[in-house]
Design a protein around this ligand. Structure first.
Ligand code: NAP
Length: 292
């Protein structure tokens, strides 16, 4: 097997390193060419300048930013990959984008798996991501060992789009947990509770969660290096909002989170980690107490 990775950001670089450790990484590509050149030279693989540089790959892994980025790459790969090759997309995009990508590739007898991930940059670096997959199970079998190099769990969720549908649920939970943790810790500061005592106490009980464990201490120090950017969170939540409204469920959590990340981005936190949400919670507490 020969594999390529496109999208060398916070998630894509560690993924590429695991695929390389497996001995199958052939080419890496990225919108900003310098990143591909640097990683390719370090790992002694090909730095792709166009889709044509992935033509000999059996598997191409995508982890890019937006729906348009996935579709642009898929359109180019459809023209060059050989029949039987498989594109695996780890980006978080809409169910509709997954279906369009699969159809574009199927027209050339190329496979497609929508395979969004959860576990954050730590999960990617430690090779412990949860991968939720939509598409043909036989195709998943063929790439299982490669994507398994950076996964704690791979779950086949159903037909094309089922991976992105699962990720939408994941993001509702993530957004709601972030709201609660940031609000709780902002209040903890106001009440003068010491982080060294508060955080382990919360982590030992029913309130423990990934976000509190990984981001609690850093957010209290005003450190918001991504991580998971607010811009990407808003992108995800807008996708989720559409799905949820179409499904007719109440969307209070999603709507609040959309409003909050929109405001954070307006305040210049777009490239910051989602834990920057605590800045908004603190500001609100100040505004409300001033008004009182
Ligand atoms: P990131 O750090 O912003 O990296 C995205 C990378 O993709 C950048 O290197 C970017 O290139 C490249 N890229 C964007 N559009 C491209 C295109 N059209 N062609 C080639 N390369 C392109 O983002 P990330 O945090 O790794 O996230 C990537 C995806 O995974 C997103 O869909 C995100 O929602 C999802 N995700 C992220 C996390 C997380 O915790 N970070 C967790 C789960 C899922 P440039 O260098 O030019 O910017």
């Amino acid at each position: 097997m020969k594999a390529g990775v496109i999208g060398l950001g916070a998630m894509g670089v560690p993924m590429a390193r695991y695929v390389h450790a497996k001995g199958v990484l052939t080419a890496v590509g990225n919108r900003t060419q310098a990143k591909a050149d640097a990683l390719a030279s370090e790992l002694e693989v090909r730095a792709a300048r166009s889709a044509a540089n992935f033509a000999d790959c059996d598997v191409v892994i995508l982890c890019v930013s937006l729906d348009a980025d996935v579709l642009e790459n898929v359109a180019a790969l459809a023209e060059v990959l050989k029949p039987g090759a498989i594109v695996v997309d780890h980006s978080t995009v809409s169910i509709e984008t997954a279906r369009r990508a699969a159809a574009m590739l199927a027209a050339h007898n190329i496979g497609f798996l929508d395979a969004p991930v959860s576990g954050g940059v730590e999960g990617a670096r430690n090779g412990k991501l949860s991968i939720m997959v939509g598409g043909d199970e036989a195709q998943l079998e063929r790439v299982h060992d490669i994507i398994g190099s950076y996964a704690a769990r791979i779950t086949h969720m159903g037909i094309t789009g089922a991976g992105q549908a699962t990720k939408a649920i994941n993001q509702i939970l993530v957004a709601g947990i972030n709201e609660a943790v940031c609000e709780g810790l902002a209040l903890g500061e106001k009440l003068g509770l010491e982080p060294e005592r508060l955080l382990p106490t919360l982590m030992a009980g029913a309130a423990s969660n990934w976000f509190l464990e990984k981001r609690g201490a850093t957010m209290l120090r005003d450190e918001f290096a991504p991580g998971f950017k607010c811009l990407h969170m808003l992108k995800d939540l807008r996708i989720v909002q559409g799905i949820a409204r179409d499904s007719g469920i109440r969307t209070n959590t999603i709507d609040q989170a959309v409003a909050d990340y929109f405001e954070l981005i307006e305040r210049g936190f777009g490239e910051s980690d989602t834990s920057a949400l605590i800045a908004l919670k603190r500001a609100r507490a100040t505004v409300e107490s001033d008004a009182a």
